[in-house]
Write a protein that binds this ligand. Structure first.
Ligand code: GLA
Length: 369
């Protein structure tokens, strides 16, 4: 019985830049989703998860289509549909058992890890020999057509291509990437789960995607651009008056400045300048709060409290926003103080209990046995 694994991720900087053709800088985590898959000799796919009740059974002989009510099965099904088509159909049914330890709703890409582990497994089982980039694109397409979220490529890409002890500096336009070693001597990557009831739903996410497209259309009236990543910060300053809607202007400003911050942050890390890296993380959060408006009281309280704790190098929301986690770089000797201070302030302001994890990086998708 083959067992496969694909990780969740944390993005260190470069938020809401991927669907604008910009840079991101995530790393794969050592938690993720495991998939045990066995051919069952029948004509159905049977989906089960250790994390969800029940079983979903689907015939392999009728065309696959998305299931209603935002079923989790859409994530794997959207991948299997594409790979089965490439293989000219499935010869047998399969039993699939998923088992994940990515905290759900924490913005750490549990859904991407489900998609990527499925794409990786069926690429292997159907002997399609597609490379990891291609599998990431298939997983992203599943999210678009089966889950209705017009997401960028970051989550699926790093889940497929991540490498332990490295972050991935990815150009989301060309999909060229570099591994950058995370040399964090005596510094921990701490994830703080807000457990916020607010979620980044598909509607809000897709609205940000269309706001960015509107900015591209407005700028293109004075200079043709394909995407916001075609603008440097100084281009943006010169051309911004072409955007007359104040909200669209702020959305574009976030994207253009965030792409520059991501470049600067990677340079800072390569230069071993963690202090600058941390400042850029903080500025990223401010821009997501003020210009992109995807934070909210929970994530703001977590990040802003962290900024004032001695030994915290930087702190920001990570992932899509609203709920989910912050990511903080914290000197090891300050981790306890960080947890106490942040947990107390967070409880006082929101009445919620924050949860902390020390992140460990991991490798991209693979076969376990
Ligand atoms: C979600 C999406 C990604 C990316 C982030 C924001 O995680 O799936 O593609 O857009 O939000 O950076």
């Amino acid at each position: 019985m083959p067992v496969y694994f694909a990780p969740g991720r944390v993005n260190l900087i470069g938020e809401h830049t991927d669907y604008n053709g910009g840079f991101v800088f995530p790393c794969a985590l050592d938690f993720g989703t495991r998939l045990t898959v066995t051919p069952n000799g029948g004509r159905t796919l049977r989906f089960r998860s250790e994390n969800m009740p029940g079983q979903v059974e689907l015939p392999i002989d009728s065309p696959f289509k998305p299931l209603p009510d935002r079923s989790w099965v859409n994530y794997p099904l959207g991948c299997i549909a594409q790979l089965a088509e490439q293989a000219g159909g499935l010869d047998t049914g399969y039993d699939l058992l998923f088992d994940g330890n990515v905290p759900l709703g924490a913005g750490l890409s549990s859904s991407a890890s489900i998609e990527v582990v499925t794409a990786y497994a069926f690429n292997d089982l159907l002997q399609l020999r597609l490379d990891r980039k291609r599998l990431a694109l298939i997983a992203q397409q599943a999210e678009h057509t089966y889950a209705g979220v017009n997401c960028g490529i970051m989550d699926q890409f790093v889940s497929a291509c991540g490498r332990q002890d490295n972050a991935v500096f990815l150009n989301c336009d060309t999909l060229q990437f570099d591994y950058v070693p995370l040399r964090l001597d005596n510094v921990s990557i701490v994830l703080t789960n807000s457990h916020s009831p607010h979620r980044l739903d598909a509607g809000t996410y897709n609205r940000r995607v269309s706001e960015c497209r509107e900015a591209v259309r407005a700028i293109s009236r004075v200079r043709h651009i394909r995407q916001l990543a075609n603008l440097s910060v100084s281009d943006f300053n010169d051309l911004q008056s072409a955007i007359t809607d104040e909200v669209i202007l702020r959305r574009a400003r976030h994207v253009v400045t965030e792409i520059q911050r991501t470049r600067d942050a990677v340079t800072a890390l390569k230069d071993n300048d963690l202090a600058l890296f941390g400042q850029l993380m903080n500025r990223s959060h401010q821009s997501l709060r003020d210009d992109y408006e995807v934070t909210g009281i929970e994530l703001d309280t977590l990040a802003e409290t962290a900024w004032n704790v001695p030994g915290v190098i930087g702190s920001r929301m990570t992932g899509g926003g609203f709920g989910g986690c912050t990511v903080s770089l914290v000197r090891n000797e300050a981790v306890d103080l960080f947890r106490q201070t942040v947990a107390t302030a967070y409880r006082q302001v929101t009445g919620l209990q924050a949860e902390f994890y020390i992140a460990r990086t991991g490798d991209g998708a693979g076969m376990l046995s």
